[in-house]
Design a protein around this ligand. Structure first.
Ligand code: ZN
Length: 273
């Protein structure tokens, strides 16, 4: 009797064992299936054309409720009214591009751009010339201290509230990056005006800038996103790859980085899974 009980017990145990084995096998196979799925997802996300730009997002530091950009030398920097440049930032690679300037040969700050942007500007102006259009560079780099002078003068003349409408608050001007150039043409009297956008030169610039790495930074119809009025004359260097993506999607730089952030979030989630 004792033996029968112990045999029965052994059978019962082995049944339990088998069930447990099955259970754990099941769990293992689920686990490996799950990790394969997320690996496939990660690999897929890494093929997204925006993937190379995840590392080009702003790195921010907050002081007194204002967000300042830490990685200011980033060629893809997003400087605007929400993300400010620090007063100490001066690009280390400013050059004077070999193009026509509205002010001739004067050796002044606004004739300069960062090297990559300056080289691209030379190529763009040459491309325009080959197509029969003559562009003029009007205003490039502007230091924080110069912007401060211009802003303070405006505050003295119009008061603090009105000053911010026409002149960028120091730290918010994209010209401090050394990656922006205001341009015009003789057909627009070399002025920075919406009229430039209507000229053959302005139209050529808008439709071809991306081939050289530039974007029209403040387009018409995107005022709520950029928080700037339409500026037909203000072009920003971001490199050919990003410029082409932005042009083809009809994005602003703000929208471009919204999409980059979405991809970054998806990737982080897939990598954790
Ligand atoms: Zn400008």
């Amino acid at each position: 009797m004792k033996k029968i009980i112990s045999i029965a017990f052994a059978i019962a145990l082995s049944v339990v064992q088998t069930v447990q084995d099955d259970g754990s096998h099941q769990a293992n196979s689920n686990e490996s299936q799950k990790s394969t799925t997320s690996e496939v997802e990660v690999a897929k996300l890494k093929k997204d054309p925006l993937y190379p730009f995840i590392s080009k997002q702003n790195k921010l530091v907050e002081r007194d409720g204002t967000a300042y950009i830490e990685n200011e030398a980033n060629l893809l920097i997003l400087a605007n009214k929400d993300y400010l440049m620090q007063s100490t930032y001066i690009p280390s690679d400013l050059v004077r591009p070999n193009v026509e300037f509205s002010f001739g040969n004067a050796d002044i700050e606004k004739a300069k751009m960062r090297k990559a942007a300056g080289d691209a500007l030379e190529a763009m102006f040459k491309g325009a010339k080959d197509a029969g259009y003559e562009l003029y560079a009007v205003s490039g780099y502007r230091s924080y201290s110069r912007q401060e002078e211009v802003y303070e003068a405006e505050v003295s003349a119009k008061g603090k509230e009105k000053a911010g409408e026409a002149v960028a608050v120091p730290g918010t001007s994209e010209h401090q990056t050394g990656l922006a150039m205001d341009m015009s043409s003789k057909s627009a009297d070399l002025a920075l005006s919406a009229a430039f956008g209507e000229t053959a030169e302005g139209t050529w610039a808008k439709e071809n800038a991306h081939k050289y790495g530039f974007i029209l930074r403040y387009p018409a119809g995107k005022e709520k996103i950029t928080k700037y009025e339409y500026e037909a004359w203000h072009f920003r260097y971001v490199g050919k790859e990003a410029a082409t993506i932005i042009y083809k999607n009809n994005w602003t730089l703000e929208e471009f980085f919204e999409h980059v952030k979405l991809l970054d979030d998806k990737l982080k989630k897939a990598e954790k899974a």
